[in-house]
Design a protein around this ligand. Structure first.
Ligand code: F3S
Length: 106
């Protein structure tokens, strides 16, 4: 499966959603995740994300391994998003920030 990492938090650009052929994205208040039961690893979403938040699970950096479980867990709680929408208001500022896990709203 592919995984959405912390770079998405407080950005949520949603460009990734429009290209997903299996509607695998789920929407939380300030981040999207990918449902591992739906993702077919086509990887078309990867280059769509302006902050490079999406990677294959085998390529998740050590510091962000928690996001593999987080995607799976939150995907079961959040609704499906099938069409892109406006990014969060301060997305461009938050795009520069790292270690955003403490800011995750669920
Ligand atoms: Fe998030 Fe990037 Fe999609 S910021 S909503 S993973 S385009």
């Amino acid at each position: 499966t592919h995984v959405v990492l912390e770079a998405c938090i407080r950005c949520k650009y949603t460009d990734c959603v429009d290209v997903c052929p299996v509607d695998a994205f789920r929407e939380g208040p300030n981040m999207l995740v990918i449902d591992p039961d739906d993702c077919i690893d086509c990887a078309v979403c990867v280059p769509e994300c302006p902050v490079e938040a999406i990677v294959h699970e085998d390529d998740v950096p050590a510091r962000q391994l928690a996001f593999i479980r987080l995607n799976a867990e939150l995907a079961k709680q959040w609704p499906t998003i099938v069409r892109s929408k406006s990014a969060l208001p301060d997305a461009d500022q938050w795009a520069q920030v790292t270690d955003k896990l403490p800011y995750l709203d669920r």
